[in-house]
Structure formats: C-alpha cells, structure tokens
Design a protein around this ligand. Structure first.
Ligand SMILES: Nc1ncnc2c1ncn2[C@@H]1O[C@H](COP(=O)(O)OP(=O)(O)OP(=O)(O)O)[C@@H](O)[C@H]1O
Length: 259
C-alpha cells in the first residue's frame, strides 16, 4: 500500500474543471514534483489534499485513511505538514522562538504573550534549526534574515510536526537560482534522513530535474504524464504544453550554476 494514494481527484469551480480525475501514488522516502503551466491545477490539488478546499469527487488516502472531508487541522495531526508560497514566520520573533512556537502548536500547547515560550522545547527547536543549517542564527529576529534563510526557518517549523508527508507549494518562489538549488537539495537530504515523503510544486525546471525522484505533470487540470526526469523531458505531451512558455528541459552539468 502506498503512503499516499490519490484516486480520481476532481475539482469543479462552476463550469471550470480545475482538477480533472487525477490519480497518483507517493511512497516514503520519495521527493515527488508536481509541475505544469500556469492554471494547470497544482494549487487546487494541494488545497484539496491539505483540507483547505473541498474536492468535488475522488479519494486521497494517507496510510490507508481517507483525508477528504477532514478539516485541515486534523489532516496536520495525521502527520502531514504543509508550507505555503508566502513565508509564515513572525518577523519580530527570533528564529528560535518561531520554531518553539511551531513545537508548541504541534504539542497543542497555547502560546501566551505574558508567559513567553522561551525555554519550552528549546533543545528540540535548536536541533531542528541545525538540521536546516540555521543553528548559528537562532537568536536573530526573522525580520533580519535573507529570504532564503526565512524559507529554511519555515522548513524547520514544518518539521516540528514530525510529518511523514510534507506538502510544499512553490518552496523556492522568489529565490535566486543558487538559493533555490540549495533549498531543494536540503529538502532532498531531509527526505532521506527522516524517511519522509515530499510532494512539491515548482516552476523552476532546473531544480525539478536535478532533485525530484519522480515528476507528475498537470495541464488544464489533467495529469498528462508521470515518470523520471528523463521520461518527462522526452515526453511529447509535456514538450507540447511547455512549448512557447520559455521553459527549457536541459540537464545541468554536475556543479554547474543554473541560469
Ligand atoms: N477559488 C477559485 N474559484 C474559481 N476558479 C478557481 C479558483 N481557484 C482556482 N481556480 C481556477 O482553477 C484553475 C487551476 O488553478 P490553480 O491555481 O490550481 O493552478 P496552478 O497550476 O496552481 O497555477 P499557478 O502555477 O499559476 O499557480 C484555473 O483555471 C483557476 O482560474
């Protein structure tokens, strides 16, 4: 049985079928990219899986349990984490405090402003920050960080819930190419270390082809291809939907800097 089994998932907005009968699986230890041109249905798929949007029909089973119909908070407590396109850190709080608050939330403890979280889950928060390479910045306010570092803090926060599956919606949006590669390389190493599964949407083909174990491609709501980077790059339907969008499918030489 797959860790995640999506079957015949469909979302209609009035007469527009945004996600049209898609099915795919995801296994533990796998980094799966969901790609497709603008309006393909990627965010809608994520929002149905995370409980932010009701599906019109279909099924999403995680470890055999149906997620559709569950509220998002309950989905999170099944062991599914989610990061959003907009970084969700508190700017005036330190890096460490942000991760401590995520841990408090995971343990369903209430943060109160007159009794700060300082001291609670400190060691665990520092351990998570070390995992994402931010241990040395623990005492800095998030407002002072470079954007790429904020995304690392956000990643540490999403790990606070010990997810077995992490949904990452455009984790590298707004990042420079070198930062993008570093972040996805980090995610890949976390997948292997923690035996997690990650499903991510991404517009930069360079990071998708460099790091994803498998790729699924949506176009106008339909799943038009799935497979390895090599299979996707050579797939005629994929080439057709991306033709004219300026996206390229060349492989980078090892160690080369992407455009
Ligand atoms: N709340 C909504 N109400 C009506 N239509 C919507 C809604 N959300 C999305 N859509 C439509 O569903 C389709 C899929 O949109 P979606 O945002 O899922 O695509 P996407 O692949 O994430 O695009 P992008 O890469 O631009 O973020 C589009 O036609 C969009 O206009």
């Amino acid at each position: 049985m797959s860790l995640l089994a999506v079957r015949n998932l469909t979302k209609r907005f009035g007469g527009n079928t945004a996600v049209d009968d898609i099915s795919f699986d995801l296994e533990a230890g796998e980094l799966l990219a969901l790609i497709g041109p603008n309006g393909a249905g990627k965010s809608t798929t994520f929002n149905m899986m995370g409980g932010q949007l009701p599906a019109s029909s279909g099924s999403v089973r995680f470890d055999g349990r149906e997620l559709l119909g569950m509220p998002s908070r309950r989905i999170a407590h099944q062991g599914i984490g989610r990061t959003f396109q907009i970084a969700a850190t508190f700017a005036s709080f330190t890096v460490l405090e942000n991760v401590q608050m995520a841990l408090l939330s995971h343990h369903r403890q209430v943060y109160s402003f007159w009794r700060p979280a300082i001291g609670r889950h400190r060691d665990e928060a520092l351990r998570l920050l070390e995992q994402v390479g931010m241990g040395s910045q623990a005492g800095r306010p998030c407002s002072e960080l470079a954007y790429g570092d904020v995304k690392r803090v956000e990643l540490a926060m999403s790990l606070a819930g010990k997810p077995r599956l992490l949904l990452m919606d455009e984790p590298t949006a707004g990042m420079a190419p070198a930062e993008r590669n570093a972040l996805v390389a980090l995610v890949k190493s976390l997948v292997l270390q923690n035996d997690m599964a990650v499903l991510f949407t991404e517009h930069s083909m360079d990071v998708v082809f460099a790091y994803a174990d498998r790729i699924i491609v949506l176009a106008r709501g339909q799943l038009i291809a799935q497979g390895s980077a090599q299979q996707i790059r050579a797939h005629p339907k994929v080439q057709e939907v991306y033709f004219g969008t300026g996206k390229t499918f060349e492989t980078l030489a090892p160690g080369a800097t992407p455009p």
